[in-house]
Design a protein around this ligand. Structure first.
Ligand code: GDP
Length: 137
């Protein structure tokens, strides 16, 4: 059983489609081991996306991620990391396959509805960033 981190980003929370996105996970064999709605601080968002600090869109990404609350979840299941990436679709919603979360709920490459860990190593780091061990069950 793998675990991976999902974030429903401020655009999707503002659109009131949290339940629809969580349903995509549950309907595709992933279980919610933890979930909570939080407002990130600027320091939180900068630290979470530190890996992108040198990219030209880093400032925009941080500003977007603090523009409203997000819903962070630990998804658990067989091949959870890759399965979540498949369900999300391509980073740019215009390139995302039909039926993926980004194709159905996202507007643009920055407001792209969801984040998902891109490796098991990063999943462990990202889960630890948001959740205490006792919150994951
Ligand atoms: P992901 O793993 O599919 O989320 O994509 P990346 O790790 O490559 O990028 C992280 C996040 O940065 C993406 O989900 C987007 O929100 C944002 N991002 C990526 N490329 C761009 C870009 O060219 N412009 C802007 N504004 N944001 C971007």
């Amino acid at each position: 059983m793998e675990q991976t981190l999902s974030i429903i980003k401020p655009d999707a929370v503002a659109k009131n489609v949290v339940g629809k996105i969580l349903d995509r996970f549950e309907s595709n064999g992933l279980r919610l081991a933890a979930t909570k709605k939080i407002q990130l601080s600027k320091a939180d968002a900068e630290a979470f996306y530190a890996v992108h600090a040198e990219r030209p869109f880093y400032g925009e990404l941080v500003d977007f991620m603090i523009s409203g609350p997000v819903v962070v979840s630990v998804l658990e299941g067989e091949n959870a990391m890759a399965k979540n990436r498949d369900l999300m679709g391509a980073t740019n919603p215009k390139e995302a396959a039909a039926g993926t979360i980004r194709a159905d709920f996202a507007e643009s490459i920055d407001a792209n509805a969801v984040h998902g860990s891109d490796s098991l190593e990063n999943a462990a780091i990202e889960i630890n960033f948001f959740f205490a061990a006792k919150e994951i069950c």
